[in-house]
Design a protein around this ligand. Sequence first.
Ligand code: DC
Length: 209
Amino acid sequence: MNQRIIAIDGPAGSGKSTVARLVANQLGWSFLDTGAMYRAVTAEVLRRGIDVHDDVAVASLASSVVIVTTPRVSVDGRDVGDELRTETVNVAVSIVAANAAVRRAMVARQREIAAAQPLGTVVEGRDIATVVFPHATLKVFLTASLEERATRRDEEGTESIERRDRADSLRRASPLRQADDAVVLDTTGRDVQEVVNEIVQCLKSQDSA
Ligand code: DC
């Protein structure tokens, strides 16, 4: 497999989406927000009135729908972009993301999407470097203080972010974990472009090594 992947993992509000999107733009690569995929499944589960705790029904939905993430996020062609960050989705997404069968379906789709990109893909999530692309070209783990992460996600609130981080880190299926070979960057108080440049520089130095 010679696809080029930059894997960016980290907790909620660590700056993953913003940074990953800008790195992708700078390199002319594609960008994949895997959190949006778990959110899209969750939005569809809620819309269909399926119990989020019904693992079998949720997994069956996740493996039967077609999720597209660009230019807009859709499920079976229905645009769900406006439903992804509601409070109900914020609460239910950790339960859906802890479902191992849902994760298998999402990981397969993520690999398929990345394989179709001509140059490379910047993929952000929680398990990208550890599970989805363990052989990624570059692995980055972004962190930031809880206060700053909550400010960045001001519509969500500190308690909800803490609860989600705990659920994401303690679950059995692919918990949020820093890969041993990841470059760790603390984005607290740092300029976004500076972080982006550092990641692009890491890729370049790796390429010329
Ligand atoms: O990055 P985000 O906040 O949009 O992610 C939403 C939820 O999806 C998050 O609470 C954990 C889950 N998630 C995951 O389990 N694995 C991923 N690769 C991406 C997100």
